[in-house]
Write a protein that binds this ligand. Structure first.
Ligand SMILES: [Zn+2]
Ligand SMILES: [Zn+2]
Ligand SMILES: [Zn+2]
Length: 311
């Protein structure tokens, strides 16, 4: 009996100190963020990858992961907003609607014009859902890119989507309790600028930076930004340098997770526990459940974002 209580208290303690909960099937969903994708743009496994990294995921669908995406949910109004329109959006919306039945999509926030972050918009067009004026929040270059290039321009012309203006560092009020602030981050801006988001709700605030070149190239201090939120979803694309043999990784810069962990090494435990890595490339050993890399991250006090988890 005593052992059972100790066990129960231990479990409560573990759950209580984390910023994450696994959503129970029979409980109504609470307001907050649900993670709907944790992989890099190409998803996991990656097209045509025959290497060890993707082998198990080709064979076992339960190991597959979608491109990075968050759902922001307001339980009072039964509304949600997506952060990113990924190529996997139909599965992600389906998953979310099973968690929050009758919910309605109130808008989509885009970070930039790399394929994993906006191409899911195609599902709102004439050939699929035929959406009516779905608000899509995007920065100026991103808006021009969508309105001036097919097939995206058709979504604008047919009013399937209604492009909403975003300006860096200025807050978008979603309703009396929820707001969102975009901020610029350095990244390969071929077709659009790139932003991250700060998301504010009455109970928690969140940081979402799925893509950034390197922390030191940013005009802001990531450590200060983490201090201001409860949960930070941060770029974990690559674990370490040399991860993609035969490709010059300086051409596809991201903060290696090894570098990030070094940068955050001396943060207090509570600050480290806010950091949830996301946006994993198929080569990143973090995606392999039993890997040493994953054990190292968790052992150092950091977290790994998981699909279906509520934050
Ligand atoms: Zn990306
Ligand atoms: Zn692979
Ligand atoms: Zn990108």
């Amino acid at each position: 009996m005593r052992y059972q209580w100790v066990l129960l208290l231990t479990l409560v303690g573990v759950v209580g100190c984390k910023n994450t909960t696994k959503q129970a099937d029979n409980q109504p969903l609470k307001s907050g963020i649900v993670v709907l994708g944790i992989a890099q743009d190409a998803g996991f496994p990656q097209a045509d990858c025959k290497k060890d990294c993707c082998q198990a995921a080709w064979l076992d669908p339960s190991l597959r992961r979608h491109a990075s995406c968050l759902a922001l949910y307001d339980s009072l109004k039964n509304q949600f907003w997506l952060f990113e329109a990924t190529p996997d959006i139909k599965f992600q919306m389906d998953r979310f609607k099973k968690m929050a039945p009758e919910v309605s999509l109130s808008g989509i926030f885009l970070t930039h014009a790399h394929i994993g972050h906006y191409t899911g918009l195609m599902h709102f067009g004439h050939e699929v859902m035929g959406a009516k004026e779905l608000p899509v929040f995007a920065m100026p270059r991103m808006r021009s890119f969508l309105s001036e290039n097919g097939p995206w321009s058709q979504l604008v012309d047919y009013k399937n989507i209604d492009l909403q203006k975003l300006n860096a560092d200025s807050t978008v009020i979603l309703n009396e309790r929820f707001s969102v602030m975009p901020f610029r981050v350095p990244h390969r801006d071929e077709f659009s600028e790139t932003v991250g988001y700060k998301i504010m709700t009455p109970k928690k605030s969140y940081l979402f930076i799925p893509d950034i070149d390197k922390w030191h190239l940013w005009k802001r201090d990531i450590i200060d930004e983490i201090a201001e939120v409860d949960v930070a979803f941060l770029d974990g694309t690559f674990f370490a340098n040399g991860e993609i043999p035969g490709r010059d990784m300086s051409q596809i810069p991201h903060p290696f997770m090894e570098e990030s962990m070094e940068l955050f090494r001396d943060l207090p435990k509570g600050e480290k526990a806010k950091i949830h890595f996301i946006h994993f490339n198929h080569t990143n050993p973090t995606l392999q459940i039993g890997s040493e890399a994953r054990a190292e991250i968790l052992g150092a006090g950091f977290e790994v974002a998981e699909e279906g988890n509520h934050y």
